[in-house]
Design a protein around this ligand. Structure first.
Ligand SMILES: [Fe+2]
Length: 439
């Protein structure tokens, strides 16, 4: 009997617990892990995914278990007809008793924009296809963080796939393998139907670290082997931070889990990368990183603060338009902000760490809501950034309402490069006429 009473009190406390969230809040419990089995022959490609490499090139990555499989990709614009072939490289890694399969990476191109290419990996297995990003506006990014591999992840991925987009951006925490390496393989198989069709551009979260004292002190073995991003192409010295362009948009992926302090490699690289931005070519600048700089959820409070202190001024001075973060398993949108205050020339900060992982949602919020936080809700979902032209973009957050995708938050906003007060047009410098010229 006391047991029943205890259970009843626990249930009552659970129902009455404080959760200062929006009026639309619906609690969504965690859903079970989905393990995606390997069901192709060992020599056939599995875990196929594509990512952008410089202008007009795509990297195709996949894993095989058999020996003697070549790192080649055949591709063309017609199904079954491969006019071109490219050869790349392969790698593998050990993690304690686990040995990965052969992880192939092949860069193909040059490719035409907004074009569907059909491709086959290693001369065997099924044909895949992807579409390259457009060369003119509009462009649409799907944004989802802290994915994991649960039934919620599956529904988020289905919702992302249900309406068209060009590139997926992921602000960290991919597989939630957490050192269980077969879960990296399972994650690769779970996302293959999506990541083989559109480029996935990712940055790392804490769940990618997988450090172990003395043996793996630097971590990121699986992440760097499986998800190489175009860091060399953006003059970075680490796969953990890099940048790339997609029509009219410069996208910077930062590392919450690499040194970011003043004069660190990442700090110096960011300063150089920001200095190179030409807003007449890329009027939009978007940044992704994992641990939020602004966050009114009680989860992970203050974890991004030292990075904010180190780097926020640089982003502000460069008039970054939007910062997407993950880590907190909920959605939150802030107003334009700088140094903890609303600022019309600061970036909009968005927490989008609600992809669907096994840890469930971050339910508790600061009360009252800070004035800079405009929308917050602990539900699973994903975001859409549709950039219409040089000046206007639309952002929406799509909640997984049970298993249906519903737009719960949306805004139109303008690029800071189109703001005369935030981005005063620099008067052309008039060179003083030299005496020589006068002669
Ligand atoms: Fe995280």
């Amino acid at each position: 009997m006391p047991k029943l009473l205890f259970l009843f009190l626990f249930f009552l406390l659970f129902l009455l617990r404080p959760h200062h969230v929006s009026a639309h809040f619906i609690r969504q419990p965690s859903r079970p892990l989905v393990f995606t089995p390997h069901n192709r022959p060992d020599s056939h490609p599995q875990q196929v995914h594509v990512s952008l490499v410089g202008n007009n090139y795509m990297k195709v990555s996949w894993v095989t278990r058999g020996s003697g499989v070549s790192s080649t990709v055949e591709y063309g614009k017609t199904p079954g007809k491969y006019e071109s072939t490219a050869t790349g490289e392969h790698t593998s890694y050990y993690y304690f008793l686990y040995t990965s399969g052969k992880i192939h990476h092949v860069t193909i191109g040059p490719l035409d924009p907004a074009t569907v290419y059909y491709y086959r990996c290693g001369g065997a297995g099924p044909e895949f296809n992807f579409r390259t990003p457009p060369a003119t506006f509009p462009i649409e990014f799907a944004v989802a963080g802290d994915l994991g591999q649960t039934e919620w992840t599956s529904s988020t991925l289905e919702h992302i796939n249900a309406s068209d987009y060009d590139i997926l951006l992921l602000p960290g925490d991919l597989s939630y393998a957490d050192t269980q390496q077969p879960l990296w393989d399972s994650f690769g198989r779970l996302v293959e139907p999506y990541a083989s069709r559109r480029p996935w551009m990712v940055t790392q979260g804490n769940h990618e670290q997988e450090t172990f004292p003395i043996i793996y002190p630097k971590g990121f073995k699986a992440y760097n082997s499986r998800w190489p991003m175009p860091y060399k192409e953006s003059a970075s010295d680490s796969n953990l931070y890099y940048s790339f362009d997609a029509i009219g948009t410069h996208i910077i992926m930062l590392a919450s889990y690499a040194d970011f302090h003043v004069h660190s490699n990442q700090f110096n690289w960011l300063a150089k990368d920001l200095a190179k931005i030409d807003r007449s070519r890329t009027p939009w600048v978007v940044v992704l990183l994992h641990a939020p700089w602004y966050n009114s959820n009680l989860a992970h409070q203050g974890e991004g603060e030292s990075m904010r202190v180190a780097m926020e001024e640089m982003l502000y001075n460069s008039r970054v338009d939007v910062v997407f973060v993950g880590h907190v398993h909920a959605y939150e949108r802030f107003t334009r902000v700088y140094n903890n205050k609303a600022n019309p020339c600061g970036p909009i900060h968005v927490t989008i760490g609600d992809g669907g992982n096994r840890e469930g949602l971050a339910m508790l919020y600061k009360d009252p809501t800070p004035s800079i936080s405009l929308y917050r809700e602990a539900s699973f979902g994903h975001g859409r950034l549709r950039i219409l032209n040089d000046t206007h973009a639309h952002w929406s957050w799509n909640r997984n309402d049970d298993s249906v995708s519903v737009v719960a938050d949306e805004i139109w906003f303008k690029s800071l490069s189109s703001s005369s007060s935030c981005f005063p047009k620099v008067q052309p410098t008039i060179e003083p006429t030299s005496e020589k010229d006068e002669l």
